[in-house]
Design a protein around this ligand. Structure first.
Ligand SMILES: NC(=O)c1ccc[n+]([C@@H]2O[C@H](COP(=O)([O-])OP(=O)(O)OC[C@H]3O[C@@H](n4cnc5c(N)ncnc54)[C@H](O)[C@@H]3O)[C@@H](O)[C@H]2O)c1
Ligand SMILES: O=CCCC(=O)O
Length: 515
């Protein structure tokens, strides 16, 4: 399917939006400015979307603030029904949303539809979780006092003892690699707990965010509860940070931008959640099942053409299995077909832009990585399809000091490193400031527990290359971030606690009867 016919079909669906969403109204940039959104596979312009900044963001915050007053007072069950409807609509439109993701982000259509299922699962999960914000009773330290933890995701009941209430307005800033799922993973728990949101999607992939927002309106989520502004990233970010009405910033993206946002949030002491870059080790022990290890490492490395924060960045293989693994892995990677995401057999789409190709570049003159001593077993250069297609690449004889091991490549480049002992593998794996995801392959049960516990990472996959799900907490340690998304833990990020002691008083009536 070419870009133009995909665009005209999407136009018919009403999901192709180019304006921002402020207070339930589709809105142009106030100065009329637009930015182009391009198909990374062809370079063609898909749409010109509103290029917004400070003024539009200020209005979006005001709309979210007004909407918060009513949305936060709904019962959990009422909010849950709206979220469930939104989930149903996302699933009903999975084909169109999938095509939109392939168009603006590039990933193969099957993978894009997989992202719609994954993204929608957060809305379904939090529609249910909205009703499960339970409380607690704390044994009192004083005989005539009672202390309650009444966790309630709504401001309506303020009679309470010790209660949780929604944070308020949330600024959600998201990347281009998962244009839907990185939004729903934030907006699901935010809305479920009674917060309202201003979303700033990546300027490279705003169309999926706008389509999802359109479906949120159709689901009956009130105007102003979900706002979308895009354009001048730093201006929008600074406006969100400066506003005292915005009580939380939730960000997924690079570590560099995350650090800026964290510093900027200090001015108004906002709560901050950060999902940042990774540098995932994938350890293959001599005792691993070769087939399982190859399949798992392939999935962990080449999902979304390597452009996933949990992608294996270093494949660390024990010396006894190194050669066998390298041969089998190269064969598997050779079978990954590169092509336009609309081609049914494509397993690897284009990279997001030219900068990503330059970052992945291993064999060109402008190569970023000094690979002295390493060998290119496969690929290593731009694919013959041109544009931003890059050959799936395997490097061998890589060591821990090379930049390719120290930095998140975020592309289809798989460096193989060799180790001798379990201790050495753990040392290499933990030798990084990142701590998002790690993988290990072994058939030794004791080793799998021992190594999984020794890895300084927020997520660990044992004999498994795909570890993302809405029911488990997702997030990193060290400089990979703060907080957790998904699961019951993801809900707490949008709730606050306040405590009240109740002084019980005397048992006056009982005393009367007893007399
Ligand atoms: N940990 C996770 O869950 C996770 C998930 C996806 C991506 N990532 C990371 O994201 C990175 C790739 O995504 P990216 O290139 O879109 O990241 P990025 O940091 O460049 O951009 C992310 C978002 O921040 C916005 N932004 C940029 N500068 C800003 C500023 N000054 N103020 C406010 N917003 C600003 C961008 O417009 C975009 O919307 C990788 O490092 C990857 O590991 C992490
Ligand atoms: O890129 C990061 C998010 C991917 C995932 O949720 O598995």
């Amino acid at each position: 399917m070419d870009t133009q016919s995909a665009v005209s079909r999407l136009n018919g669906s009403g999901l192709l939006r180019s304006q921002g969403l402020i207070g339930g109204k589709w809105t142009e940039a106030y100065d009329g400015k637009t930015i182009e959104v391009c198909n990374p596979a062809t370079g063609e312009v898909i749409a010109n979307v509103a290029c917004m900044g400070k003024r539009e963001t200020t209005d979006a915050i005001s709309s979210a603030y007004e909407s918060f007053k009513a949305w936060s007072k709904l019962t959990a069950s009422e909010r849950s029904k709206c979220l469930r409807k939104w989930y149903d609509l996302l699933i009903a439109h999975k084909e169109e949303l999938g095509k939109l993701i392939t168009l603006e982000q590039g990933k193969p259509l099957k993978e894009a539809i997989g992202e719609v299922n994954y993204g929608a699962s957060f809305i379904e999960f939090y529609a249910e979780e909205a009703k499960r914000v339970y409380g607690d009773i704390i044994p009192s330290t004083l005989a005539d006092r009672r202390l309650f933890v009444l966790k309630q995701a709504s401001t309506q009941d303020t009679t309470s003892y010790f209660h949780f209430f929604p944070i308020g307005i949330v600024g959600a800033i998201t990347p281009w690699n998962f244009p839907l799922a990185m939004i729903t993973r934030k907006v699901g728990p935010a809305l479920a707990s009674g917060c309202t949101v201003v979303i700033k999607p990546s300027e490279l992939t705003p169309l999926t965010a706008l389509a999802a927002a359109e479906l949120s309106l159709q689901a009956g989520i009130p105007p102003g509860a979900v706002n979308v502004v895009m354009g001048n990233a730093s201006e929008i970010g600074d406006t969100l940070l400066a506003s005292s009405q915005v009580r939380k910033i939730t960000f997924t993206g690079s570590t560099a931008v995350g650090k800026k946002l964290m510093a900027g949030a200090a001015g108004t002491v906002k709560k901050v959640s950060l999902e940042l870059g990774g540098n995932a080790p994938c350890i293959v022990f001599d005792d691993a099942d070769l087939d399982v290890a190859v399949k798992g490492s392939l999935a962990a490395k080449f999902r979304n053409s390597g452009q996933t924060c949990v992608c294996a960045n270093r494949i660390i293989v024990q010396e006894g299995i190194y050669e066998k693994f390298a041969n089998a892995f190269v064969t598997a990677v050779q079978n990954l077909e590169v092509g336009n995401g609309f081609m049914e057999t494509a397993a690897q789409g284009p990279l997001i832009n030219e900068a990503a190709v330059q970052k992945a570049s291993c064999a060109s003159k402008s190569q970023l990585y000094s690979l002295k001593g390493a060998k290119i077993l496969l690929g290593g250069k731009r694919h013959s399809l041109g544009m931003t297609f890059y050959e799936p690449t395997v490097l061998s004889d890589v060591n821990s000091d090379m930049l390719v091991s120290r930095e998140e490549v975020f592309g289809p480049v798989a460096p193989l490193l060799c180790f001798k002992t379990e201790e050495e593998a753990i040392r290499i794996a933990n030798d990084t400031n990142a701590g998002l995801a790690a993988y290990l392959f072994t058939n030794n049960v004791q080793r799998s527990w021992r190594v999984a516990e020794a890895l300084e990472y927020g997520l660990v996959g044992v004999n498994e290359g795909i570890i993302s799900t809405e029911v488990a907490p997702f997030g990193g340690v060290k400089q990979s971030g703060l907080g957790r998304e998904g699961s019951k833990y993801g809900m707490d990020e949008y709730l606050e606690a306040s405590s009240t002691w109740i002084k019980r008083g005397e048992y006056i009536f009982r005393h009367k009867y007893e007399k």
